[in-house]
Design a protein around this ligand. Structure first.
Ligand code: ZN
Ligand code: ZN
Length: 482
């Protein structure tokens, strides 16, 4: 209580600052654009488009592996769906792809303590010989430890890396090193002479569900078969190894690749006064084969489609809003072409690319958005102030970190210079479900999905109905490195 006079003074100062800030924002960002953003935000909260899209695509097509007939059919259906919502210039952009099919697989401890383990082959893993691979394992706890193993020390053996459980975090930090282990593991294991690579799933759950995900091609090939164990099975195997006797595993997989095509679905809300200036909203159509790809990434499609539709219902903004449902985000390729994101970039003329004014991607589930990341130079800009004002009432705060990269789908255009924003989703439970059989529609919370749509609608409207030059806000060589 005795601090009241100081607190009151501080509060008054804070209010004055807020008023000054909002006055500045109103002058630079057209006041009616901000008012409209607030109205669109509130209306979007009751839109059912995102949930309808996610429900339909996961129900009609189930899993949509990259380049599979299900992904093709889903893309054709989505194009019709977008036409039905009133999108313009709806088109399908096809590109070649090496597809991958899981086939049959099994992992078992032969001895001591023989038992089957629940595991999944890593995406684009090669098959085992028809008779399987039976060999003793050597356990490691990090990729660095595996890399430090002497040359030839794993000859005739299976490398097993148990790097521990992922700790759930709002921003998903901690996943990247495990994704890198999944990508590099088979190649590093093979370089030491190993016959195969086995890892604990890159996940934060304790359910008996393995997390798949792509491994990497190095020099155009995946060197040895790779598998991920479910967390309880990784625990089990590590306990048995700790008993001290040599442990022999038998691995079997009929995984194989095939030549196919994938496709991006592209649809526009054409701009009213500057239609050549484009804002790209990205997500991906493909999913892993184990679940139905509800949170990864039908949700992103639903969120971005619903936001663009909410904007179109109000009336066309100055700039064009383009929704892209990218094909084949999930898989590595023998030669890296950037998959759907690369195919889209290569389809643009330099002039068209230069007119891509802003982009963002939704690919981190369907839980609430908590922060907005903007290009480094946007800090303290009138645009940032307007966005902060419009997003605050739905729980979205300015991110302390600038957005630099976006995700894999928009990565190629961001690398080519397109400024990027990030509407950061709460990833606390994302890696419980990610790339597992449990990535299904029931995991989506409709209220949090609607909050995503409201945030995307408001932010994209602010950017699309403005002449803000986001390119001037990108990192420069003088900017501090992050
Ligand atoms: Zn994804
Ligand atoms: Zn994924």
């Amino acid at each position: 209580m005795f601090s009241r006079p100081f607190a009151a003074t501080a509060t008054a100062t804070a209010i004055a600052l807020v008023l000054a800030a909002s006055a500045g924002a109103s002058q630079a960002q057209d006041a009616s654009t901000i008012r409209t953003a607030e109205q669109l935000r509130d209306r979007a909260l009751s839109s059912n488009v995102a949930l309808d899209y996610v429900t339909q695509i996961t129900t009609r097509f189930g899993p949509r592996p990259a380049g599979s007939p299900a992904e093709t059919a889903a893309a054709e259906w989505a194009a019709e769906y977008l036409r039905g919502l009133g999108f313009q210039n709806v088109r399908i952009q096809e590109f070649p792809l090496v597809g991958w099919e899981r086939g049959e697989e099994s992992v078992a401890i032969v001895g001591p303590h023989a038992q089957r383990l629940v595991a999944a082959a890593l995406g684009h893993s090669i098959a085992t010989p028809a008779e399987g691979i039976q060999a003793p394992i050597v356990r490691f706890t990090t990729l660095a430890e595996l890399m430090a193993a002497p040359e030839g020390s794993l000859a005739g053996k299976i490398a097993y890396v148990d790097a521990g459980q992922l700790i759930p975090r709002e921003n998903g930090a901690g996943y990247s090193p495990l994704a890198y282990l999944r990508a590099a593991g088979p190649t590093v294991a093979a370089s030491k002479g190993a016959l195969a690579f086995v890892m604990r799933s890159a996940g934060s759950d304790e359910h008996r569900m393995p997390h798949t995900g792509t491994t990497a091609y190095v020099g155009g090939k995946v060197a040895v078969p790779g598998f991920a164990l479910s967390a309880p099975d990784a625990d089990q195997l590590s306990r048995i190894v700790a008993m001290g006797e040599p442990v022999t595993l038998r691995l079997h997989s009929t995984a194989h690749t095939y030549e196919t095509t994938s496709r991006n679905v592209i649809a526009d809300i054409p701009g009213r006064t500057r239609p050549e200036e484009i804002i790209v909203l990205g997500s991906h159509m493909d999913s892993w084969d184990l679940g139905t790809g509800a949170i990864d990434d039908a949700a992103g499609g639903g969120i971005t489609v619903a936001a663009a539709k909410a904007i179109a219902e109000h009336g066309r903004p100055a700039r064009t809003v383009r929704v892209i449902l990218y094909g084949s985000e999930e898989v590595a390729q023998p030669t890296d072409t950037g998959n759907g994101g690369g195919a889209y970039l290569r389809s643009l003329t330099p002039e068209e690319l230069a007119n891509h004014v802003f982009t963002g991607e939704s690919d981190f589930g369907a839980d609430r958005i908590y922060a907005l990341g903007l290009p480094i130079g946007a800090k303290d800009s009138d645009f940032a102030k307007a966005a902060a004002r419009v997003l605050y009432p739905i729980g979205v705060l300015p991110s302390p970190d600038p957005e630099l990269h976006g995700g894999a789908d928009i990565g190629p255009i961001v690398e080519a210079g397109v400024p990027v924003f990030g509407l950061n989703q709460d990833g606390t439970r994302y890696f419980d479900l990610h790339h597992t059989a449990d990535d299904t529609l029931d995991k989506i919370d409709p209220a949090q999905l609607s909050q995503n749509v409201a945030a995307w609608t408001a932010l994209v409207w602010l950017a699309a109905d403005s002449d803000v030059d986001f390119r001037a806000m990108r990192p420069t060589e003088a900017a501090p490195a992050h």
